[in-house]
Design a protein around this ligand. Structure first.
Ligand code: ATP
Ligand code: MG
Length: 655
C-alpha cells in the first residue's frame, strides 16, 4: 500500500473496530466487564485471582490499603512456579509445548510443560545446593536462552527473589544492581550470542564480582562453548555439572501472596534506575488476567510471541509469568531483528505460525525505515492480533503495522504500562474496543485512571495533563528496594492520594487516552505546552521520515524552541528543501507554534538498551551541555556522533 494512502487513512481520523470475524471468536465481545469491575473493583480482582490461579491457602482479605502501601490477597498462599508449570502438567497438558525457542546460530529447541517442570525442579535443587533459601536474592545475567525463564521459575519455586539484569549491560551496571539488592548467587553463562558475535558474559560477571561482597556462588551455563572460561574454585559451578545431576523433583514452597517474587530495575530512560519490587499473588493475578484478555489467548491454538528481552518487565510479565500461568505456547527468540538478515522476524512468524505478536514501536519504526520488501517476502497469514509496548506508537507506525504486518485483518493493541505497574493498565480489549491509531484507548477493567492538571484537579474531557492512577491495582509495585522514601516521593507526593506515572496524556472528546510522552520532556514554547509525541508523530507522518525525536531548547524569543532529530526512510536524501518541507508539514498538522526551529538529520537516535529514545541526552546536545548519565544507553557512540554534527551545523539558521 502506498504511503499516500496511509496518510489519507490517518487524516480521515479513521477508527478501527475489530473485524466481525475476530469479534465473533473473541473471549470478550462486549464491554460488560468494565461495568462489573467498576461496580466493585476488589470483588472483580478477587474473582480473577480465584479463576486464573491455584492457591494452596485462600486469602481472608482482598485488599489492605494504607496509602501508599497496598497488600493484596492477605493470608493467601500460592507458588508462582507451581502456577506456571506443575498444575498444567497435573491437568494432563505435559506434552504441550511451553517454549518454542529460536536460537542465534540456527539452534532451535521445543520445551514442553513436562520438560519445563523437570528443568525448573533440577535448577531449584541446584540453587538449594548452592545455599539459596527462601527470602534470598539471586541475580540472573544471561542472554535469551530457555535457562533464563527456568532460572527465574526455580527461584520462585524456592521463594528466593530474582533480579534479572539484561545481558547487554556492562560489568559496572551488573555490579551496582547486585550490590543494591545484596544478591547471594549469580547465574550467568560463558557467553551470549549477539549478531554472530559472542558477548563474554562470564568475563563481564567476573569483573563485576570483584566488587560484589554478597555473592557467594556463581552458576555458569555453557552456551557458546568458548575455550577459555575462568572458573573460580569453590565459587563457580557449571550448570551442566550441577543442575543436570539433580533430581527432577523439588516441592514448591508455599509463599505468602505478599512475599517478594522479584526485583527489577527500570530501564533508566529518565535517570538512575529504580529497583522495583513485585510480590507474588497480586502480580500473578494481573499478568495472567491481562495476558488472557488483552491478547485474547486461546491456549489450544495460539502461538504467542513477545519480542522483548527477559531483562525488562515486558519479558517478565509477557514471556514468563503471564503466558506460562495461562498455559500458552510461546516463541522465545535469542537474537535481534536484523541478524542474519532483515527478514528474521518474518521468517520466525512464518516458521512457527505465530498468531499473536507483541513488539515495540522502536522495532516497528525500524521496519518502516527498511521498507516492506522484507515482510512481503513471508507468509504472515497466521497472525491474528498485534500488540505494541514501550513508547507511544506514532499513528503512522500503528497503521503501517496494521497494514503491512497484520494484512489489515488484525486488531492492534497499544498497551500502556510500566515496570512499576507490573502489568498492562491502559489498552484496548481487542474483541470489543474500536481502536484509534496512536491511542492506548481506555484503562482496563479494574483500573482507575485519570488526567489531572498542575493542582491535581481532574481535567475535563477533552483535555490534557498528567496521567495518574486513582486506586490500587493487584500488580502495583510494593516499593523501591531499600528506599521507601524514594517510593513515596517519586510516585505518591506529586498528587495527594494518587499514583503519578510521570507521563503526560490527554483525552479526546470520546474519552480515549492518548499518551503524550514524559512529563519531563514536555516543551513550553511561547507559553504553550507542546508534547514531544505529537510533534514526533507529525514528523513521522511525512513519507520521508521513519523516526523522529524532539526536545525543547532554550530560546531567547520563545522561552523554548523545538529541536528535531530525524531519521529518514531508505531512499530519501537529507536536503535543505526537505528541512523546509518538514517544518511546514508540522505547522500544517499541529500549528505554526510547534514548527521545529532546527531539524538535524541523523543516522540513529540515542536509545536505552530496551530501545526507548533518551530525549534528555538530546536536550543536553541541543543546549550544548555535557551529557548526563549514559550508562543505560545501548550505544554511547550514537549520541557522541549527533553531538559532533550538531555543533558543526548552525542551529539558528531557520527563523
Ligand atoms: P526509568 O523509569 O528508569 O526512567 P522507563 O520509564 O523507561 O525508565 P519502563 O518501566 O521500562 O522504564 O518504561 C515505562 C514507560 O514507558 C512509561 O512510563 C511510558 O513513558 C513508556 N510507555 C510504555 N508503554 C507505552 C505506551 N504504550 N504508550 C506510551 N508510552 C509507553
Ligand atoms: Mg519510568
Amino acid at each position: 500500500m502506498a504511503d499516500v494512502t496511509l496518510e489519507a487513512l490517518l487524516q480521515e481520523g479513521r477508527t478501527f473496530p475489530p473485524s466481525e470475524d475476530f469479534a465473533r471468536g473473541a473471549l470478550l465481545r462486549d464491554g460488560r466487564l468494565y461495568d462489573v469491575a467498576a461496580g466493585d473493583p476488589e470483588a472483580f480482582w478477587a474473582t480473577q485471582a480465584g479463576e486464573l490461579l491455584d492457591w494452596s491457602e485462600p486469602w481472608h482479605t482482598v485488599l489492605e490499603w494504607e496509602l501508599p502501601f497496598a497488600k493484596w490477597f492477605l493470608g493467601g498462599r500460592l507458588n508462582a512456579s507451581y502456577n506456571c508449570v506443575d498444575r498444567h502438567v497435573a491437568a494432563g497438558h505435559g506434552a504441550q509445548v511451553a517454549l518454542l525457542w529460536e536460537g542465534e546460530p540456527g539452534d532451535a529447541r521445543q520445551i514442553t510443560y513436562a520438560q519445563l517442570l523437570d528443568d525448573v525442579s533440577r535448577c531449584a535443587n541446584a540453587l538449594k545446593a548452592l545455599g539459596v533459601r527462601k527470602g534470598d536474592r539471586v541475580a540472573i545475567y544471561l542472554g535469551m536462552v530457555p535457562e533464563l525463564p527456568v532460572a527465574m521459575l526455580a527461584c520462585a519455586r524456592l521463594g528466593a527473589a530474582h533480579s534479572v539484569v539484561f545481558g547487554g549491560f556492562t560489568s559496572d551496571s551488573l555490579r551496582d544492581r547486585i550490590n543494591d539488592a545484596e544478591c547471594k548467587v549469580l547465574i550467568t553463562g560463558d557467553g551470549a550470542w549477539r549478531r554472530g558475535n559472542i558477548v563474554p558474559l562470564k568475563e563481564i560477571a567476573d569483573a563485576a564480582m570483584t566488587e560484589t561482597p554478597s555473592i557467594e556462588r556463581c552458576l555458569v551455563l555453557r552456551r557458546t562453548a568458548q575455550a577459555d572460561v575462568a572458573m573460580q574454585d569453590g565459587r563457580d559451578f557449571w550448570w551442566h555439572d550441577l543442575v543436570d545431576a539433580q533430581a527432577p523433583e523439588c516441592p514448591p514452597e508455599p509463599m505468602d501472596a505478599e512475599d517478594l517474587l522479584f526485583i527489577l530495575y527500570t530501564s533508566g530512560t529518565t535517570g538512575k534506575p529504580k529497583g522495583i519490587m513485585h510480590t507474588t499473588g497480586g502480580y500473578l493475578t494481573q499478568v495472567a488476567f491481562t495476558h488472557k484478555y488483552v491478547f485474547d489467548l486461546k491456549p489450544e491454538t495460539d502461538v504467542f510471541w513477545c519480542t522483548a528481552d527477559c531483562g525488562w518487565v515486558t519479558g517478565h510479565s509477557y514471556i514468563v509469568y503471564g503466558p506460562l500461568a495461562n498455559r500458552a505456547t510461546s516463541v522465545m527468540y535469542e537474537g535481534t531483528p536484523d541478524y542474519p538478515d532483515k527478514e528474521r522476524f518474518w521468517s520466525i512468524v512464518e516458521k512457527y505460525k505465530v498468531t499473536t505478536l507483541y513488539t515495540a514501536p522502536t522495532a516497528i519504526r525500524t521496519f518502516m525505515k527498511w521498507g516492506t520488501q522484507y515482510s512481503d517476502a513471508h507468509d504472515l497469514s497466521s497472525l491474528r492480533l498485534l500488540g505494541s509496548v514501550g513508547e507511544p506508537i506514532n499513528p503512522e507506525a500503528w497503521v503501517w503495522y496494521w497494514k503491512n504486518i497484520g494484512g489489515g485483518n488484525c486488531p492492534v493493541v497499544d498497551t500502556w504500562w510500566q515496570t512499576e505497574t507490573g502489568a498492562i493498565m491502559i489498552s484496548p480489549l481487542p474483541g470489543t474496543t474500536v481502536a484509534k491509531p496512536g491511542s492506548a484507548t481506555f484503562p482496563l477493567p479494574g483500573i482507575g485512571s485519570d488526567i489531572v492538571n498542575d493542582e491535581g484537579v481532574p481535567v475535563p474531557i477533552p483535555g490534557g495533563g498528567y496521567l495518574v492512577l486513582t486506586q490500587p491495582w493487584p500488580s502495583m509495585l510494593r516499593g523501591i528496594w531499600g528506599d521507601p522514601d524514594r517510593y513515596r516521593d517519586t510516585y505518591w507526593s506529586r498528587f495527594e492520594g494518587r499514583y503519578f506515572a510521570g507521563d503526560g496524556a490527554k483525552r479526546d472528546d470520546e474519552g480515549y487516552f492518548w499518551l503524550l510522552g514524559r512529563v519531563d520532556d514536555i516543551m513550553l514554547v511561547a507559553g504553550h505546552n507542546i508534547s514531544t509525541t505529537e510533534v514526533e508523530s507529525a514528523l513521522v507522518s511525512h513519507p520521508a521520515v521513519a523516526e523522529a525525536a524532539v526536545v525543547g531548547r532554550t530560546d531567547a524569543m520563545t522561552g523554548q524552541a523545538v529541536s528535531a532529530f530525524v531519521i529518514l526512510r531508505s531512499g530519501n536524501e537529507p536536503t535543505d528543501a526537505l528541512v523546509t518541507e518538514l517544518r511546514d508539514h508540522v505547522a500544517h498538522h499541529i500549528g505554526p507554534i510547534a514548527k521545529p526551529k532546527t531539524i538535524l538529520f541523523a543516522e540513529d537516535l540515542p536509545k536505552t538498551r530496551s530501545g526507548k529514545i533518551m530525549r534528555r541526552l538530546l536536550r543536553n546536545v541541543a543546549e550544548d551541555e555535557t551529557l548526563g548519565d549514559t550508562t543505560t544507553l545501548a550505544d554511547p557512540s550514537v549520541v557522541e556522533g549527533i553531538k559532533a554534527r550538531y555543533l558543526s551545523t548552525s542551529p539558528d539558521d531557520e527563523g
